[in-house]
Ligand binder design. Structure first.
Ligand code: ADP
Ligand code: ZN
Length: 438
């Protein structure tokens, strides 16, 4: 494991006194609220409706008076309805899967890209990375924020970037060994898979140069951390983010490995009681809600992540004064994260409803095989289809697989089952069996 101390990319911000930070947050919050009210009709209408004017928000203590923003808002006002900057100032669009097959997009001004880049530069610096490092980015590139986020951050710290994107394990390992990669960025499940593959190839972790990894975009556990660290001989650090706020880097772990520091000079985090939606004090578990305070393109006021975690404001030995969030322990909605992709059962349902020969009774079985997430979609056939030829049934499976791939973006295995074989429930239907041990 690494001997190097973690360094701060921006000590003035990362180790700022709490009082100074509160003042900075309050100032930036006032500016953001004004920007939203003046430029985004949806926000203005919402604030007017509850009788809150921008001047009523004097500081972070008034945050609780602001309305919430939901993922469905990004879908409903798709594509540009929540933008607070004119399109000519938008230099980037990134995206993620929405709730009903319609994607959600986020727009960034040049400054927004810069802020996001710095968040990932802080993340990598906390893992001990600098300009002597070779950073292999094995997150997917494209609309998904993982690849580009890590890429930009690695560029910012002056490291050598290898933009591998995801997949092609054989080539990943070849590059990792031959080029002497020192820092790896990918999902934790992929890191585990790479580690196992390396072992199978008979490579001793001592013979590779890898020192640390920044792993995120999906939930993982302490047990997984231990295993990854063992297999690859590295420090494995957690990184959290979401497209709506900017992407990965919203919060990052330091070498203390005791929760992820939230970049509070750019976002304000709240934890809400999942039922009453009242803010909870540090140390209590609830729904994580973010307000961006420096974003220009698409600022978010009290964005409900639906991720459940705890905040910790006790001092951290690394010297950062940024509050830490614990691991994500669950979600308040039915969103699944499969291979880093957000999947809603309703998306699968919308595909099935449009296919002839199947009944709208289905079950999603998620598992983790050889550290890769798998999704099996079990669907009931109609009586008529059930007595049809094998080749027809194969065609039907192919069709469903293709449509799911189009809508959700991941490949599922399809299992057609006999009519009336999926258990019916009397209350809320149970559509998902998640066998991953997380
Ligand atoms: P990303 O590109 O970071 O995956 P998305 O917007 O596609 O962004 O997905 C964001 C969601 O992914 C989060 O709301 C959370 O549920 C999950 N997620 C991201 N990072 C982590 C992490 N480190 N631990 C647990 N869940 C995470
Ligand atoms: Zn720390």
């Amino acid at each position: 494991m690494s001997e190097r101390k973690n360094t701060m990319f921006n000590p003035a911000m990362e180790a700022m006194s709490r009082d100074e930070r509160t003042a900075l947050q309050s100032k930036r919050l006032r500016e953001t609220v004004r920007r939203e009210y003046d430029n985004v009709p949806v926000y203005r209408a919402r604030m007017d409706e509850i009788g809150v004017k921008p001047e009523d928000i004097r500081g972070i203590e008034d945050l609780k008076h602001l309305p919430f923003t939901e993922k469905t808002d990004l879908r409903d006002y798709f594509p540009y309805g929540l933008f607070a900057s004119p399109l000519q100032d938008i230099v980037r669009i990134q995206g993620s899967s929405g709730t009903t097959g319609k994607p959600i997009v986020a727009g960034y001004t040049a400054n927004d890209v810069e802020v996001w880049t710095e968040m990932m530069a802080r993340t990598l610096s906390a893992a001990g990375a600098g300009k002597d490092d070779i950073v292999q980015v094995a997150y997917g590139y494209g609309l998904f924020t993982g690849g580009l986020g890590a890429h930009q951050g690695a560029g910012k710290i002056g490291a050598t970037v290898i933009p591998m994107s995801s997949g092609n394990t054989h080539r990943q390992l070849l590059m990792l060994r031959e080029l002497g990669t020192t820092i790896l960025c990918c999902t934790p499940s992929y890191a585990l898979y790479l580690g196992e593959s390396l072992r199978e190839a008979g490579v001793d972790p001592k013979d590779i140069k890898l020192r640390a990894g920044c792993f995120g975009a999906e939930p993982w556990t302490e047990a997984m951390r231990k295993r990854i660290e063992e297999l690859l001989g590295i420090d494995a650090l957690d990184v959290y983010g979401l497209t709506e706020i900017c992407g990965p880097g919203v919060a990052f772990e330091c070498m203390e490995k005791h929760g992820m520091h939230i970049n509070e000079d750019h976002v304000i985090a709240e934890i809400l009681d999942p039922v009453t939606h009242e803010p909870l004090p540090c140390g209590q578990s609830g729904e994580l809600v973010f307000t961006t305070i420096t974003k220009e393109g698409m600022p978010m006021l009290r964005y409900r992540t639906h991720d459940i975690c705890v905040l910790d404001d006790t001092p951290c030995a690394c010297g950062r004064t940024l509050v830490r969030m614990g691991r994500i322990t669950g979600r308040t909605d039915d969103m699944l994260v499969i291979r880093g992709v957000n999947v809603f059962p309703s998306q699968i349902e919308s595909v099935l409803v449009g296919v002839q020969g199947v009944a709208p009774h289905y079950m999603l079985v998620v598992d983790r095989v050889h550290s890769t997430d798998t999704l099996e979609v079990q669907v009931e056939m109609t009586d008529q289809m059930f007595s049809d030829t094998v080749s027809h049934i194969e065609q039907l499976k192919q069709l469903i697989r293709d449509r799911i791939k189009q809508v959700v973006g991941i490949t599922a295995s399809i299992k057609l089952v006999a009519p009336r074989s999926i258990p019916r429930s009397e209350g809320k239907a149970k559509r998902v069996i998640d066998n991953r041990k997380l």
